[in-house]
Design a protein around this ligand. Structure first.
Ligand code: HEC
Ligand code: HEC
Ligand code: HEC
Ligand code: HEC
Ligand code: HEC
Length: 310
């Protein structure tokens, strides 16, 4: 990688095209995030400050708000369309193809549309909304309530005046077409989707990251956890809108405990049943986080066996 930032977007594209070896990586190369202690040390730190000077590359394609939490949370003006804590992200009305539409005959439960505890994740991972599309950017006067349900590139571009603003302009100059900015197009100029790895030695691929809107090939979400069914573990503790397997018997749904969420259709499995987006220590405070933000590491299929009696 060149030691300095490209002077303009065109230079960046040319450099990455030169380094391109299509198809060289089908899998995700290891993250440069150290993955312990805090979400700031994970891939969910979208300032990418853990990359040091390398983080400047992303200024071509997303706003650097210079704050870790703000890509997802805000202390004020949060999104009331999503039942998630102080949620700062745009929540579009998106239609998902759900697992039941695969047509297997073995499902016993009804699958409903993904609930809030999946829509949070899908607001980035379905590739329909820019990762920096938030309602309340840092500092006063950077608020747009319309951002709750739709992405305004004009509003996001106004960050050009904010602290940590991109030297290349606002919300991304690499590809300013609405279609590209609304999806992961701007990211794909450097990172790959579908195996076309632009710089195999250094670049993280987005193949695994891009879940899209067809959920038929993903573990069902928005699916009720069956009570009193011998194929499923029993004894979950119910606490308001959450039910959880209280492995340490402290009466609280801890980050490392599998949980189900009731957002109106009973206790259901959602993305956050299995994943905690902040990272979960593998063996006590300060230890390396479980891989892929899992609440329970899946060695020996421990995660699956938390729910399935197989
Ligand atoms: C101009 C090229 C470029 C563009 C465009 C770009 N990135 Fe990056 N990205 C990099 C470079 C270089 C790195 C550092 C090498 C690495 O870690 O893959 C990086 C690293 C990352 C990482 C850390 C990977 C890890 O775990 O180490 C994430 C997450 C990331 N980028 C997300 C994004 C997102 C989201 C977008 C689109 C909004 C984007 N990038 C667009 C160049 C780019
Ligand atoms: C990539 C997105 C993302 C980032 C970045 C993020 N969070 Fe969260 N956070 C979430 C989601 C999603 C939930 C809801 C999880 C669920 O459905 O149970 C949440 C929940 C929470 C909760 C509620 C209780 C809990 O632990 O689940 C707190 C408190 C919280 N976050 C604090 C923070 C703080 C502080 C930061 C920054 C240091 C931060 N988060 C960064 C996505 C994020
Ligand atoms: C603000 C946008 C955003 C939100 C919200 C978000 N993610 Fe991510 N997530 C990312 C980015 C960017 C990456 C890095 C992709 C890469 O490096 O390939 C990532 C990576 C991941 C990874 C791969 C981690 C690894 O080490 O390989 C998992 C798993 C993941 N996210 C799950 C979730 C889940 C589950 C939620 C909801 C609880 C969520 N994400 C919410 C943006 C987001
Ligand atoms: C039943 C548990 C479960 C649910 C529900 C679940 N995941 Fe995962 N997820 C996993 C496991 C286990 C892995 C690790 C797979 C691996 O190592 O190949 C994973 C991996 C991922 C990855 C990284 C892909 C990879 O292969 O490394 C992303 C991104 C992700 N999940 C996002 C989501 C999103 C978004 C949702 C909701 C739509 C979701 N997950 C729901 C268990 C789950
Ligand atoms: C949070 C609890 C939970 C966890 C953890 C979990 N599952 Fe599930 N799983 C469910 C529920 C609930 C269903 C829906 C069952 C039904 O409708 O009969 C389901 C459905 C499935 C199905 C589809 C069955 C069908 O008939 O089509 C498979 C396969 C499956 N899970 C495998 C796994 C694997 C593999 C893992 C670990 C990576 C895992 N599950 C983790 C709760 C869970």
């Amino acid at each position: 990688m060149p030691a300095t930032r490209p002077a303009c977007a065109a230079v960046a594209i040319a450099w990455f095209q030169l380094a391109s070896i299509p198809g060289a990586w089908a899998l995700d190369p290891p993250s440069k995030a150290p993955n312990f202690g805090s979400v700031a040390n994970t891939r969910h730190n979208l300032t990418q400050s853990f990359l040091g000077t390398g983080a400047g590359w992303m200024d071509l394609s997303r706003n650097d708000y210079a704050e870790v939490c703000v890509y997802c949370h805000t202390p004020h003006g949060a999104n009331t369309r999503t039942q998630a804590p102080l949620w700062n992200r745009t929540q579009r009305d998106t239609a998902y193809t759900t697992y039941d539409q695969l047509g297997t005959s073995s499902l016993t439960q009804t699958v409903t549309a993904p609930g809030s505890n999946s829509l949070t994740c899908l607001s980035c991972h379905d590739g329909r909304t820019a990762v920096d599309s938030i309602i309340n950017m840092p500092g006063s006067g950077h608020y747009d309530s319309g951002q709750q349900s739709g992405q305004s590139n004009g509003f996001l571009d106004s960050w050009a005046d904010g602290p940590g603003a991109s030297p290349f302009g606002g919300h991304g100059t690499l590809d300013n077409s609405p279609a590209a900015l609304a999806q992961f197009g701007a990211c794909q100029s450097c990172h790959s989707i579908n195996g076309d790895q632009h710089d195999p030695s250094t670049m993280a691929a987005f193949d695994v990251f891009y879940i899209a809107t067809d959920l038929r090939n993903d573990h069902p979400v928005g699916v009720r956890f069956p009570a009193d069914n011998p194929d499923f573990r029993g004894g979950a503790t119910e606490l308001g809108a959450v039910s959880f397997f209280d492995t340490d018997a402290d009466g609280r749904p801890d980050a490392g405990e599998i949980r189900m969420y009731d957002t109106g259709d009973g206790y259901e499995v959602e993305c956050a049943s299995c994943h905690d987006p902040h990272g979960v220590p593998s063996s006590g405070p300060g230890s390396t986080f479980n891989p892929t933000f899992l609440r329970v590491a899946n060695s020996g299929s421990a995660l699956c066996l938390s729910c399935h009696m197989k």
